[in-house]
Ligand binder design. Structure first.
Ligand SMILES: [Zn+2]
Length: 328
């Protein structure tokens, strides 16, 4: 199978070109992908202005199966894993990344180019053993943001290790970060690495900018170690994580969480909003599969939803101070 790294070396094309052509070839060969990428052209969006940044809402009916996916043990055991090779549609092609990962076009897109990067073995969705893969993927997929949804934080296949990726320019967090940097709380500032904490972004965010793989791994390890100790009952601390690579630097955003879904998800009738926040929502685009939710969602709902799923301010302060202490 063709390796992304070989394509980058041999064709002298960028990752954006290579993966854009890959999406196009899948649209030609696969009617489901063709219909859903075409549908994306008509997807509706609206935006909400907050203090110094925006959050957009996207009405995307094809994301229903992902938003309402049952991810409890029994439901997972009762279904065929849609990321295992033997269950994938025959039209779905792949580009390999190293020995362990396959880059697949996601047939239920949010982005103009939307990929699922799936492990070629059926192993659990876990962050820390795969951080190096995540950073390497991000570096190879320059122009895209590679993101991780924890098993209880938006992953619809918590039993099968995977990342997703879409254009970095699509998510507001990419620009917000550049603008908000001066107001962030600096946790560490070294020659090759800077770490910030953001308290006033509706969602608690730790951001790392570094040109060093080694230092990126060190910061993420520290974050994980301290956060895991604060959520000892969890299989891994609840989180979403985004990573992009440009100008020889990685930018990663880590979102520590306390809940899988907000109460809105479980309400009935008028009060219900079907939203299951994951990395894209944390990146600043709320994905709403139902028209009525898209029509009625308010600024206050967005504030409330994020407050319900993010860690509380005091926990965030404790976590970031521990990281800061260890980084000095
Ligand atoms: Zn599987």
């Amino acid at each position: 199978m063709t390796q992304l790294i070989d394509l980058l070396t041999n064709t002298h094309k960028t990752a954006v070109q290579i993966l854009g052509e890959f999406t196009e070839s899948q649209i030609q060969a696969w009617p489901l992908a063709a219909a859903n990428f075409k549908g994306l052209e008509k997807v509706e969006e609206k935006s909400f202005q907050f203090d110094g940044f925006q959050i957009r809402a996207q009405f995307n009916p094809e994301r229903m199966r992902s938003s309402v996916a049952e991810v409890d043990k029994q439901s997972i055991a009762a279904r065929k894993c849609f990321l295992c090779s033997e269950n994938r549609p025959p039209e779905q092609d792949a580009i390999a990344f190293g020995d362990d990962f396959l880059i697949l076009v996601n047939p239920f897109p949010i982005f103009k180019n939307h990929f699922t990067i799936s492990c070629n073995r059926h192993i659990d969705q876990r962050f820390i053993p795969n951080v190096k893969n995540w950073l390497e993927l991000s570096a190879a997929m320059e122009g895209f943001t590679v993101f991780y949804n924890g098993p209880e934080c938006g992953a619809s296949a918590p039993d099968h290790l995977h990342f997703q990726a879409g254009e970095s320019s699509f998510m507001p967090v990419t620009d917000d970060f550049e603008r908000l940097k001066p107001s962030g709380r600096i946790l560490f500032s070294g020659e090759t690495t800077k770490v910030w904490a953001f308290n006033d972004y509706l969602r608690e965010m730790i951001s790392v900018e570094t040109s060093s793989m080694h230092e990126a791994l060190k910061v993420v390890d520290l974050y994980y170690k301290h956060f895991a100790a604060m959520q000892p009952e969890k299989m891994e601390p609840m989180m979403n994580a985004l990573c992009s690579f440009s100008n020889d630097k990685w930018t990663t955003h880590l979102f520590p969480r306390k809940a899988h879904r907000p109460t809105h998800f479980y309400e009935e009738g008028e009060k219900q909003i079907l939203i299951s926040p994951g990395s894209v929502d944390f990146g600043g685009v709320f994905i709403l599969p139902r028209r009525e939710d898209f029509d009625k969602i308010s600024k206050e709902d967005i504030v409330d939803i994020l407050a319900q799923v993010c860690v509380d301010q005091d926990i965030f302060l404790e976590l970031t101070e521990k990281i800061k202490k260890d980084l000095i």
